[in-house]
Design a protein around this ligand. Structure first.
Ligand code: DQA
Length: 146
């Protein structure tokens, strides 16, 4: 099974960025842990982070035919991007939306997501554990008869 992990804008700043909200782990720490977890379960995990909407969209398009599930933390594009929603729909790959923080307990503009209603699952507010939970869910969903 092949899983693509996508992280959107400003997530490259994890560790330095608002640690009270996003924790002290860097993106590298998170990706390393998740890759180990994936490897133990025989899953190939590919990671891509970008601050550019078009780069994330291009990466999603390139996934068609080779990726079985996407785990995405779209960062602020969650709340703004119809284009990211359309890209995910265009490839028909199930995706899980992850947010480190509990977006529903924050500013009202973070309460709406352009992705949630078309996601296979949403995990918010449990920090980096959310990526692990999404990985478990993606593997489970891929199993026959799930
Ligand atoms: C975030 C929440 C978004 O509202 C914010 O813009 C981010 C990070 C999270 O992981 O909690 O960049 O996606």
């Amino acid at each position: 099974m092949n899983i693509l992990l996508l992280n959107g804008p400003n997530l490259n700043m994890l560790g330095k960025r608002e640690p009270a909200t996003y924790g002290h782990q860097t993106l590298n720490d998170i990706v390393d842990q998740l890759s180990q977890c994936a490897q133990q379960q025989g899953v190939t995990l590919t990671h891509f982070q970008s601050n550019a909407e078009h780069a994330l969209i291009d990466r999603i398009h390139e996934s068609m035919g080779s990726i079985d599930a996407i785990i995405i933390n779209p960062g602020a594009f969650t709340h703004t991007s119809v284009a990211l929603r359309d890209a995910l729909l265009s490839v028909s790959i199930p995706f899980f939306e992850v947010h480190l923080s509990n977006v529903h307990a924050r500013e009202p503009f973070r309460h709406h997501s352009y992705l949630s209603d078309v996601a296979a699952g949403i995990i918010v507010g449990v920090g980096a554990l959310g990526y692990q939970l999404a990985l478990t869910a993606a593997i489970q969903l891929h199993k026959p008869n799930s």
